[in-house]
Design a protein around this ligand. Structure first.
Ligand code: ATP
Ligand code: SF4
Ligand code: MG
Length: 307
């Protein structure tokens, strides 16, 4: 049994904009063991990035706690690296690839200059980039290559946890498929534990061991990918999967469900999914469902959860 690396304990993050409160993350708990690859899926605005930023220490939970390797997360740390959604746009265009990848190592100041250079070259090779890119600037690279540089920057410092926020959404199909194959391989060879945020179910199915389905700031279902994708216990997950049955990642499936997505500043009473759920009964409108264990490590927050 692998040890627990990350525990997210009932965290909340609400954004306040004038008189409006956006309940972006509204009571989320999850655990990640060493070596796991957890996919967080959900429609746009469901709170995935906000949750990711809290785990990375970029935002602090307004309630609840995040425990990483036995210690509470109180800010950014080397051992948790977050590769931003649109990370390629975040690369400083005036720095060469070598400097960009070396930055984290230089801050640490543990290695000599020549050791750092070796490390940078090895990391670039690990993400499938040729040594020629060392002297190039981000603007001289393709989108796929820039995404790999962003990944190399994060990997160079050997994090214990890598958070990838929509890692392939800005890439074309071929570059995306290559990056995913690389991630799957890194998990096996380097034993990197990662958390992958995506609204694309096919990606999660391809590279993750576990999945958490988010809706309107809450987790609807969690469990091993094999269980959740073959026998979903929550109606929202069922709908997501019914809308996208094809396992082929090249199809770049997007989450698309009938009805309006929930407005996180005005969530409905009871189960947040009830206005869109065909199975909804009176209790669903009245009482928020607690997570129910379904066996095999699967859990669903639905009054009528069943495999
Ligand atoms: N800085 C901010 N200020 C105010 N509201 C915000 C801010 N960042 C996010 N939100 C709101 O919080 C909610 C959750 O946003 P978040 O970015 O976490 O969702 P997401 O699941 O990552 O969406 P996407 O798939 O579009 O990236 C949304 O309603 C969003 O509009
Ligand atoms: S709790 Fe009710 S409304 Fe929510 S998903 Fe389950 S059946 Fe549908
Ligand atoms: Mg996001």
């Amino acid at each position: 049994m692998e040890s627990t690396l990350l525990e997210v304990k009932n965290v909340y993050y609400h954004y306040t904009m004038g008189k409006t409160t956006v309940r972006a993350v509204d009571g989320v708990s999850l655990t990640l063991r060493q070596g796991d690859a957890l996919g967080i899926v959900g429609e746009s605005g469901s709170g995935k990035s906000t949750l990711g930023k809290m785990i990375a220490g970029l935002l602090l939970p307004q309630r609840g706690k995040i425990i990483f390797a036995g210690r509470q997360v109180t800010g950014v740390q080397r051992e948790i690296q977050y590769v931003f959604q649109n990370s390629t746009a975040a690369l400083n265009p005036r720095l060469r690839v070598e400097t960009l990848v070396e930055e984290g190592l230089a801050v640490e100041n543990k290695l000599s200059r020549s050791e750092r250079k070796k490390k940078v070259s090895a990391t670039l090779a690990a993400v499938g980039l040729p040594p020629e890119v060392l002297d190039l600037y981000p603007g001289q690279l393709s989108g796929g290559q820039r995404q790999r540089v962003a990944l190399a920057r994060a990997l160079a410092v050997e994090p214990k946890l890598l958070l990838l926020d929509e890692p392939v959404s800005s890439l074309d199909v071929t570059a995306g498929a290559r990056l995913l194959a690389l991630l799957a391989q890194m998990r096996k060879t380097h034993r990197v534990t990662f958390l992958l945020i995506s609204h694309d179910l096919a990606i999660v199915r391809q590279v993750c061991t576990h999945v958490a389905v988010m809706y309107a700031g809450k987790i609807m279902e969690t469990g091993p990918v094999t269980e959740v994708f073959s026998r979903p216990g929550h109606y929202y997950t069922r709908l997501l999967l019914a809308a996208h049955p094809a396992p082929d990642p090249a199809k770049r499936l997007q989450v698309e469900i009938v009805g309006e997505a929930c407005d996180p500043s005005h969530p409905p009473t009871g189960c947040r999914f009830h206005p869109r759920c065909r199975r909804a009964e009176a209790i669903c409108r009245r009482r928020p469902p607690a997570g129910q264990k379904l066996g095999g490590g699967q859990r669903a927050a639905c009054h009528f959860a069943a495999k």
